[in-house]
Ligand binder design. Structure first.
Ligand code: NAP
Ligand code: MG
Length: 400
């Protein structure tokens, strides 16, 4: 008897990850689960045909079904425009979906015994939560041609407020940043809620000793929301919330054993997530989930469509593309569906799918990217599909 479920939104994508997507469904999901999805094809040709309407529809479906799983997609640039003969340079689907859901992105590495993190002490995953609004990503910048005075001016309903920034005696540069309390509040709630869900401590870092008003506001909002809405639940779970300066946080993260959620401002998260991903081993082992303040979840792999492998695949060459992060996107979405509907069988299936995948690597069968990093003698490099079939063998055994 296959496991039944309520629908989730399924967002298909491009290139090599689209190839993986089909194999994962056919080999690892459909034999065991009566897979119930609302399918949206976000492959670039279909986004182009629909004038990118399909991306908005998919975001809407995530909102109404509360759970979605997304395949990696191409963000078009000039070269893609030519390659796919596009009608327009469509926006990044991830940016569109993030804006529609007002979400926070959490990135967590998949750890295996075989791939040792570059940082020896890290034995548990570190999840980075990046605020995806404002700061330098919405900055206004100006080149200063020569001597003059720069001022900050706010024109409000109650009047004007003005502050001198700097008196230039020669040429220079200027930048104006902003953020919104409501965006910081929903970021804070997403982080507290997510840490609570994982049963892990939450760290938040900024630089409020220097940036007393800007970063100071982030710190104060986090503290207020913690006290008012989350302290009791955190204490009951035996976890804690901890604020520290970003430079102190970096030092502590390196000395830590992992096992916490690290909330960061937009730029810090951009930089630190690449550092943490690389230090844990491989981009192909990083999962990502977008969580909206009203409790909708979109799961995906953190990597892209692996274009180089796709061109090889299309040329008939064998490939060894790592499907772990895409498999974990599916297991994450199915587990969340199970949690929301109180379906222990579906949650168990998600656990077993992850276990079968990790067991496969532990027993020495892996893709090339992992083989280069794996700390063992006896290892076998599998093809893209061969790796998925090995996982299926393990899954069959676990569910027999
Ligand atoms: P990428 O697809 O992540 O691949 C970069 C390189 O990382 C690959 O060439 C490969 O290295 C390695 N790699 C990544 N994932 C792997 C996997 N699963 N298994 C094995 N190796 C893996 O990044 P990109 O080449 O910069 O971008 C390709 C396309 O993806 C672009 O069109 C971009 O817009 C899109 N993209 C989408 C998302 C998303 O949808 N979330 C995110 C990022 C990029 P080797 O070639 O050395 O084997
Ligand atoms: Mg980055």
């Amino acid at each position: 008897m296959k496991i039944t479920m309520k629908p989730i939104a399924e967002l298909d994508g491009d290139e090599m990850t689209r190839v993986l997507w089909k194999q994962i469904k056919e080999e690892l999901l459909q034999p065991f689960v009566e897979l119930n999805t609302e399918y949206y094809d976000l492959g670039l040709p279909h986004r182009d045909e629909t004038g990118d309407r399909v991306t908005l529809e998919a975001a809407e479906a995530i909102r109404s079904l509360r759970v979605g799983v997304k395949c990696a997609t191409i963000t078009p640039n000039a070269q893609r425009m030519e390659e796919y003969k596009l009608h327009s340079l469509w926006k990044s689907p991830n940016a569109t979906i993030r804006a529609a859901l007002d979400g926070t992105v959490f990135r967590t590495p998949i750890l295996t015994k075989r791939v040792k993190p570059y940082v020896r002490g890290w034995v548990k995953p570190i999840t980075i939560a990046r605020h995806a609004y404002g700061d330098i990503y919405k900055a206004v910048e100006m080149k200063v041609p020569g001597p003059g005075t720069a001022e900050l001016l706010f024109r409000g309903e109650q009047g004007e407020e003005r502050q001198e920034i700097f008196r230039f005696t020669g040429p220079g540069i200027l930048q104006g940043l902003h953020n919104r309390d409501d965006s910081i509040e929903s970021f804070a709630r997403a982080c507290f809620g997510y840490a609570l869900g994982r049963g892990e401590d939450l760290w938040f870092s900024a630089k409020d000793t220097i940036s007393k008003t800007y970063d100071g506001t982030f710190r104060a909002i986090f503290q207020r929301i913690y006290e008012e809405e989350y302290r009791a639940a955190f204490e009951e779970k035996g976890i804690s919330y901890f604020y520290t300066l970003i430079d102190d946080a970096v030092a502590r993260v390196i000395r830590s054993e992992g096992g916490f959620v690290w909330a960061t401002k937009n730029y810090d998260g951009d930089v630190m997530s690449d550092m943490v991903a690389t230090a844990f081993g491989s981009l192909a082992m990083m999962t990502s989930v977008l969580v909206s303040p009203d409790g909708n979840y979109e799961y995906e792999a953190a990597h892209g469509t692996v274009t180089k492998h796709y061109y090889k695949h299309m040329a008939g060459e064998t490939t060894s593309t790592n499907s772990m992060a895409t498999i974990f996107a599916w297991s994450g979405a199915l587990r969340k569906r199970g949690e929301l509907d109180d379906l222990p069988e579906l949650m168990h299936f998600a656990d077993m799918l992850e276990k079968a995948s990790l067991d496969t690597i532990a027993s020495g069968y892996m893709t090339k990217d992992l083989a280069l990093l794996a700390d063992m003698e006896d290892k076998h490099i599998e093809t893209t599909e061969g790796f998925i079939l090995k996982i299926k063998e393990n899954l069959d055994k676990l569910l027999a």
